[in-house]
Design a protein around this ligand. Structure first.
Ligand SMILES: Nc1ncnc2c1ncn2[C@@H]1O[C@H](COP(=O)(O)OP(=O)(O)OP(=O)(O)O)[C@@H](O)[C@H]1O
Ligand SMILES: [Mg+2]
Length: 351
């Protein structure tokens, strides 16, 4: 019988089938066993049963939309999940898109049209990139949050909204308020409770599990052979800075599956070498040369490893060094099998 780790069970509990934000017919699961992600999951469980607004924050690609969708799924409300990406629609159109309009409200309004608030009736309205909402619309949204009422454009009757509101942003909203771009009264209304998603570089222990997940998903999706996740590759993945967070990892693993070779992944990953450490002012030419040589050697080893599908004995033979010497160099470069802080999860841990 397959045994599930507690993390796997938590992950399964947070998942639900439906149309995920990555657009694949895969269940939405929030992976991550780091303390930070456990806290996110706990909050998600607490908040999904309440109708209060939630502000989801985090850098781009950290999983804000995924969390919004899971909040909606776990709430098991009858209505739909409706998303509106605020900066994607110009200001004047955004207003009619959000609040809807009556026939004749403006030139070309031949019919009345309910807005996203009405479409999300009994469900969830997710306002993405709320930090970019124009000031002119902020007052109207505030009114909606204050008394739950709104009017369609050109309308005379007040309508009552019964939708749960979720917001997301990758901006620092305190700074937006300080800069006068966000009304403070609106900020207090949307920031009742928050879920802050940590950047991937602050939870490196989650990387192996996520990488394996995306490899499995895209191997199934593209009907490709599942490429190996060698310890040296995992070690590189855990050292990289991931400016694009989980989305960048997902895209990289997609490339890996499609191309079937780790060679393409190496340029960005190999960048995270010792050169990230600050040189300071008084560094000798000798020290710089030694480091440059080492980086060059490291990149050559990485390329050889990738070219030989991470087979260490074949790589050593190709580089014309002994197997022992290769192991030593891997260790020296922080790429040794035993050097990774986290073991790669076994297939049994898959949800
Ligand atoms: N913890 C996670 N477990 C599994 N998949 C994740 C996780 N976090 C993010 N993803 C996946 O990464 C991709 C990016 O996530 P998402 O779109 O939710 O990020 P975002 O924070 O909304 O990004 P942006 O700010 O750029 O809109 C999605 O395909 C999502 O399913
Ligand atoms: Mg998003």
């Amino acid at each position: 019988m397959k045994t599930m780790t507690s993390t796997a069970m938590d992950e399964a509990a947070s998942g639900a089938s439906g149309s995920p934000c990555h657009g694949l017919a895969e269940p939405e699961i929030l992976f991550g066993s780091s303390r930070a992600m456990q806290r996110v999951r706990e909050k998600l469980d607490l908040l999904s049963s309440t109708p209060i607004p939630v502000l989801i924050t985090g850098e781009s690609g950290t999983g804000k939309e995924l969390v919004a969708r899971l909040l909606h799924r776990q709430a098991t409300v009858p209505g739909p999940f409706v998303k509106l990406n605020c900066p994607a629609i110009p200001g004047s159109l955004l207003e009619s898109e959000l609040f809807g309009f009556e026939k004749g409200a403006f030139t070309g309004a031949h019919l009345c049209k309910p807005g996203r608030i009405e479409q999300a009736e009994g469900g969830t309205l997710f306002l993405d990139e709320i930090g970019e909402l124009e000031l002119s619309l902020q007052g109207k949204l505030l009114q909606l949050l204050q008394d739950g009422h709104f009017m369609r454009l050109g309308g005379r009757t007040e309508l009552r909204a019964s939708t749960r509101m979720l917001f997301a942003t990758n901006r620092d909203l305190d700074a937006e308020v300080a800069a006068g771009r966000l009304r403070s009264d609106l900020y207090y209304r949307i920031n009742v409770v928050g879920i802050a998603l940590p950047p991937l570089r602050h939870r490196r222990e989650d990387i192996p599990r996520l990488a394996r997940h995306f490899i499995d998903v895209y191997s199934r999706h593209f009907e490709r052979k599942v490429p190996s996740l060698a310890p040296e590759l995992v070690s590189l993945l855990q050292r990289y800075r991931w400016p694009g967070n989980v989305r960048e990892l997902e895209n990289m693993m997609k490339r890996y599956v499609v191309l079937g070779s780790a060679m393409e992944l190496l340029p960005p990953l190999a960048d995270c070498t010792a050169s990230e450490t600050d040189l300071g002012d008084n560094v000798s030419l000798k020290a710089l040369t030694r480091r440059a040589t080492r980086e060059l050697e490291r990149n050559i080893i990485l390329q050889a490893l990738a070219a030989h599908h991470w087979h260490r004995k074949r790589t050593a033979a190709a580089l014309q060094i002994s197997y022992r010497a290769l192991l030593y160099k891997l260790k020296e470069n922080g790429l040794h099998v035993d050097s990774g802080p986290v073991p790669i999860p076994s297939p049994e841990e898959d949800v």
